[in-house]
Design a binder for this molecule. Structure first.
Ligand SMILES: Cc1cc2nc3c(=O)[nH]c(=O)nc-3n(C[C@H](O)[C@H](O)[C@H](O)COP(=O)(O)O)c2cc1C
Length: 265
């Protein structure tokens, strides 16, 4: 079992995203999986220039940058992997530009003139299934506390999953990175006892990824626990726009959330 993580953080190995990938891999290692991370920021990755050379007969499915940057090499690693992890911080409500620039390069491996259907019954075109049609886990990191923050990334990867016949093995959304010190500040972590439980769940997620190629619903939901708790029944009320749009109500809740964020124990 080979698991390959693609890390789209500009902080690379020093970032929170890598810290969480390492937790995931600690669990996968217990199941004897072979784990590797490609840190995109450490590689040369040219953006697709839409030259369409990859669709012409003399350069068919080859990118003009194949010998000039590292993408072909990373694609080879992806072909050899059984499971992929796409890991990215949220940058202004989306994946990092680095991750997107990398993913855009998949276009050179597909022939868009050959029409076909996906396993989910969508009309699409030829793709390189060996490269991309494999289970993947989505891991996002962010500083904000709201799950809503990463919804564009999730929507992107759900579409990616259904067109590219790549089963989604699970989604880990880690929130409140700044409150818990991005994995580098034990004092901040100590303020939030749930954090250690979350990190243990991420290790369990790695184990499940290696053994079952997907996360159980129970583990997935434990990985996604909030750090800052919004007390019941307020959390229920916040599901309704009427309450979210009520400014005096929200001002009170904000004060409570800030207090909770400071005095968790
Ligand atoms: C350019 C930039 C944009 C960001 N945008 C958001 C955002 O929209 N929402 C959010 O919650 N965090 C945002 N963040 C914070 C990062 O998502 C967060 O710190 C993440 O844990 C960083 O992961 P890393 O340490 O692996 O780079 C942003 C950070 C940067 C540098």
């Amino acid at each position: 079992m080979k698991i390959l993580a693609i890390n789209g953080s500009h902080r690379g190995e020093k970032g929170y995203t890598q810290f969480l990938i390492n937790k995931l891999f600690a669990g996968a290692a217990r199941a004897h999986a072979e784990c590797e991370t490609v840190v995109l920021k450490s590689h040369k990755i040219n953006p697709c220039i839409a030259c369409r050379a990859c669709h012409k007969p003399d350069h068919y499915l080859k990118c003009v940058f194949d010998e000039k940057d590292d993408v072909a090499l990373i694609f080879d690693k992806m072909r050899q992997a059984d499971v992929l992890v796409f890991a990215t911080p949220v940058y202004i409500f989306h994946m990092t530009g680095l991750m997107k620039v990398f993913l855009d390069r998949i276009t050179s491996t597909a022939d868009s003139s050959v029409m076909t259907t996906s396993d989910t019954g969508l009309f699409f075109h030829h793709i390189d299934k060996e490269l991309i049609s494999k289970p993947f886990l989505l891991l996002t990191t962010q500083d904000n506390i709201e799950d809503e923050t990463s919804k564009n990334i999730e929507a992107y990867f759900r579409t990616f999953s259904s067109f590219l016949d790549a089963p989604m093995a699970g989604v880990i959304r880690r929130k409140s990175g700044v409150l818990v010190g991005h994995g580098h500040d034990a004092q901040k972590e100590l303020k939030y006892p749930v954090v250690q439980q979350i990190y243990r769940s991420i290790e369990q997620a790695g184990f499940e990824l290696a053994t079952h190629r997907r996360l159980s619903k129970k583990t997935e939901s434990k990985c996604n626990l909030p750090v800052v708790s919004i007390p019941f029944p307020v959390s229920m009320l916040l599901k309704f726009k009427t309450f979210r749009h009520n400014k005096p109500f929200m001002a009170k809740i904000l004060a409570k959330v800030k207090e909770n964020a400071q005095n968790q124990h």
